[in-house]
Design a protein around this ligand. Structure first.
Ligand code: C5P
Length: 223
């Protein structure tokens, strides 16, 4: 089978990561969660005691830190300067500040360059906000996955409750998701936007399996 690349973009909590991981597994491709890279920078910023507003210092830190993404069956493992931060980057503290860090041009420039390198040999399913528009404008398949804010908040709530890490109410989660959407859509550099050639999928009343099947269906003529 010839390898090809798949870009999956969409707002927070639309199910991109789960779906991208399952699609990658079905095709034997590598799954890359780019949100984890912005989260890794945010985690490091907090570890170093920097404020998210210190843009110059944040950019310098991003430049000297090392991020490794290790694909695994359970998802992607994230290592920052030798420390496994896979769980730590999902904290509420990181989630609250990540969109601000991700709005800095120097940080995006650096991470997008790393992401582009990962796609060169093809066979990658990458999820994020700007994958179809900036990171892989030539991806053979592009999907823009969305769902209503209410549905996305409910899914996140269940996910966090199941992992025993939830500290927020459903309505707080709904507000956080709406706030991040707004921040990601309004930022100047690479805002969250559907690529003109991306297939729009609204998963509000679809199961994970249905979305995965639909994406695999799009891949049929590539196989
Ligand atoms: O996907 P996830 O919700 O983990 O991403 C965390 C944040 O990272 C997003 O809210 C967004 O601000 C930022 N992000 C981005 N571009 C990407 C992936 C994530 O700006 N390609």
């Amino acid at each position: 089978m010839d390898k090809f690349n798949i870009a999956i973009d969409g707002p927070a909590g639309a199910g991109k990561s789960t779906i991208a991981r399952l699609v990658a597994g079905a095709l034997g491709f590598i799954y890359v969660d780019t949100g984890a890279m912005y989260r890794a920078v945010t985690w490091k910023v907090q570890q170093e005691g920097l404020l998210p507003e210190q843009e110059t210092e944040v950019a310098a830190l991003a430049n000297r830190m090392q991020i490794e993404l290790i694909p695994g069956d359970e998802g992607q493992q994230v290592i920052v300067d030798g420390v496994d931060v896979t769980k730590a980057i999902r904290s509420t503290d990181v989630t609250t500040h990540v969109s601000q860090i991700a709005s800095y041009g120097a940080v995006r420039h650096l991470l997008v360059a790393l992401q582009k390198q990962m796609t060169v040999s093809k066979g990658v399913v990458m999820d994020g906000r700007d994958i179809g528009t900036h990171v892989m404008p030539d991806a053979e398949i592009k999907v823009f996955l969305t769902a209503s804010v209410k549905e996305r908040a409910e899914r996140r709530f269940k996910e966090l409750e199941n992992s025993g890490t939830n500290t927020l109410t459903l309505s707080e989660l709904e507000q956080d998701i709406a706030r991040r959407d707004q921040f990601d859509e309004a930022r100047e550099i690479s805002p969250l936007r559907r690529a003109h050639d991306a297939v729009l999928m609204d998963s509000t009343s679809m199961t994970i399996e249905e979305v995965v099947d639909e994406i695999l269906g799009l891949c049929k003529d590539k196989v």
